[in-house]
Design a protein around this ligand. Structure first.
Ligand code: AMP
Length: 441
């Protein structure tokens, strides 16, 4: 087993620092006694899903399939390759997990691989598969970097049908011959644009090459820049496209606004916004890891219960922060963009961008952490003089202007920010190429 420093020069990205914490993954949720599945006639069974799966989602409280589920489920059941893009929180995981479970039918070899850019997303997908596959004998396992190899190796050797993985760690296990991709007949490349951002493209290509050519490939990405289109045309055969909503828009369930403020008053305004807002749980985004640590420490001083999530935190700290936030033990999570994509945390009532995101596209992902699956949410963004052009780029990207608000009674220091003419004249920044963006956030 390789445990030395990360390799360089072989085209693979440096590995995250490993600690010995072994994340347990999720435990299969199989019923203790056999359940009699009734004959189902629901909107889900009409999509072609079998009684057991239609029953499972009914038990989870889903009454109507979401638009991406309506489009993708029949295509995937037919065995077609699919390129899917959908707004965040639209039920994408079930859109691929349910038909995959039906196609795999029963326990056999490792036949389905799902690649995810981050450990958190891989864990989320693993958990979803466990839930949706509860009335089957399918086995689901997960591998991801930054933790010990022991339990993952044991799990892989024990055998499974579905594997959720991050690319680097999967390649390590393949080198160690702990598993093989010889029998993969369904490959899911999820959050591909994020994988590209994180420098995973060479790893992803290596993994795709190791899968049999005769397979079904599902490809999910929020955007399709040329590099990704190229990867898709190489990895997929005759794909059907499934596109839901305008790619650039925020979900309709989110109301969002900008709060102009001078840089020196940002923290005070954040503090007042938290005081004045009736929030359940708040996700606060900062641009840098140091910035996130600093804001978290200041919020703790002010008496808030706070967790921090960014790429300098080890796996144990990240899992603990996320679990405490999900369970309501802490009310505020301060994060960098590592937490912006895909994470499905129920009940985030508010997202606050303490720093305006550098890329307009990240704005949509950040605020998409609230207002998920039919719930409503609010997103606030603090905009300083330095952020005016980024703020305009966001408006251009989403194709709408965002309301500027002031907090009543806040002792604002006057700035040109409050002069609408200056704001109107600001030229939006041209967006930075995705390939030039830093991977460690
Ligand atoms: P996803 O976009 O896959 O991250 O899913 C977002 C959330 O929507 C998850 O918590 C799912 O459990 C939930 N969800 C998925 N499909 C449905 C549905 N048809 N009805 C209600 N909730 C759903």
């Amino acid at each position: 087993m390789r445990s030395g420093p990360a390799r360089h020069g072989d085209g693979r990205r440096p590995r995250p620092v490993r600690d010995e914490f072994e994340h347990p993954g999720h435990v299969a949720e199989k019923p203790a006694v056999p359940v009699n599945i009734p004959k189902m006639d629901t909107p889900f069974s009409k999509l072609g899903l079998c009684d057991a799966l239609a029953f499972t989602v009914q038990e989870k409280g889903y009454t109507e399939p979401t638009p991406i589920q309506v489009q993708a489920i029949p295509l995937i059941l037919e065995g077609k390759d699919v390129i899917g893009s959908a707004q965040t929180g639209t039920g994408k995981t079930a859109a691929f997990a349910l038909p995959i479970i039906q196609r795999l039918a029963g326990h056999g070899a490792m036949r389905c691989l799902i690649l995810e850019p981050t450990r958190e997303l891989a864990l989320q997908v693993e958990e979803a598969f466990h839930k949706y596959a509860q009335f089957t004998d399918l086995r689901v396992t997960i591998v991801y970097g930054g933790v010990g190899y022991g339990k993952q190796t044991e799990d892989l050797r024990r055998g499974m049908d579905i594997l959720a993985a991050t690319p680097g760690r999967l390649l390590d296990h393949l080198e160690q011959r702990n598993c093989s991709l010889d029998k993969i007949n369904i490959l899911v490349l999820d959050e591909v644009d994020r994988m590209l951002d994180m420098g995973f493209l060479p790893d992803v290509r290596r993994i795709v090459q190791k899968c049999p050519a005769d397979r079904q490939t599902l490809f999910f990405t929020a955007t399709l820049p040329p590099e990704i289109e190229h990867l898709a045309s190489w990895a997929l055969r005759n794909p059907s496209k499934v596109e839901i909503g305008r790619k650039h828009s925020a979900a309709d369930t989110i109301s969002h606004c900008f709060y102009p403020v001078v840089a020196s008053q940002k923290f005070d305004l954040l503090q007042l916004l938290l005081e004045r807002t009736d929030f359940k749980s708040v996700l606060i985004f900062c641009r840098t890891r140091m910035g996130a640590d600093r804001i978290a420490a200041r919020l703790v001083q002010k008496g808030h219960s706070v967790g921090v999530m960014h790429s300098d935190r080890n796996q144990r700290e990240r899992v603990e922060a996320l679990d405490s936030f999900k369970s309501g033990k802490i009310e505020v999570l301060v994060a960098t963009d590592i937490a912006a994509r895909g994470l499905d945390i129920r009940g985030i009532s508010h997202v606050i961008n303490y720093d305006v995101p550098e890329n307009a596209e990240d704005y949509v992902h950040r605020i998409g952490r609230t207002g998920r699956a039919h719930h409503t949410g609010e997103a606030f963004t603090l905009v300083t003089e330095d952020d005016v052009r980024d703020a305009r780029s966001i408006e251009r990207f989403i194709g709408a202007s965002v309301e500027r608000k002031k907090v009543e009674g806040f002792p604002y220091v006057y700035s040109a920010l409050f002069d609408q003419k200056i704001l109107d004249d600001a030229v939006p920044k041209t967006s930075t190429s995705r390939l030039h963006r830093g991977a460690r956030r």
